[in-house]
Design a protein around this ligand. Sequence first.
Ligand code: G3P
Ligand code: MG
Length: 243
Amino acid sequence: MLTKIIAHRGSKGIRPENTLPAFEKAIEEGADGIETDVHMSKDKHLIIMHDETVDRTTNGTGRIFDKTLAELKRLDAGGYFGYDYLGTQIPTLDEVVQLLIKKHFTGLFNLELKTDKIQYPGIEESVSAYMNQQTLPFKIIYSSFHPQSLIKMHALNPTVEFASLFKLQTKFARKFYRNQLVKDWHPDIRWVRAHRFFLPHVQLRPWTVNSTEDMRYCFKRHFDGIITDYPGRAGIIRQAIQG
Ligand code: G3P
Ligand code: MG
């Protein structure tokens, strides 16, 4: 089976991350999956962004959790990347999901709950309620760096797939291995390369696999997936290795 190519925050390498243009580009580039990050606004809307604050990727400052949807929508989330994207808004989860439906996306939708730094009260219930009321043509994988979030999501969605995220600093993945709720691992690629630890029944999808060398490493070992900022380039390299 081909290693799945999952666009990290959309096609983050060539579009402003976690915006509708980035997700559209990932679909155009033929990504098998899309990874994105969800937070919650002050007025409880589900907001797509990577950081807990808007400082790095918009023209505003402050925490998402301290702003209303209307305040967040007034910010520019494209200008940091280049003039061509000036005026791009921060999307909501609903806007991203509706775009994927409109574009007939049928791959993996990896929604990362950004609950490791701020434990947005009720975010698990809110994401589950929203996703479960949609008729989705794609498969959902929920992931988080925060194990309690995954446990809550599993209780709310017992049939959905879950992935445990872990960082380079994670000493060993034994605690994830023992957790029967989580059969998918989404580790830092540097962790994978340092530990050379693979289990055949674990679906391994490292991030962020951007260099040609890392891509070749993952494709040669037929990992289940890679999470990359450059899905288009990854497709060319996969073609050369896996056919
Ligand atoms: O889900 C994989 C990856 O996105 C995790 O790290 O910080 O890019 O959200 P981060
Ligand atoms: Mg992420």
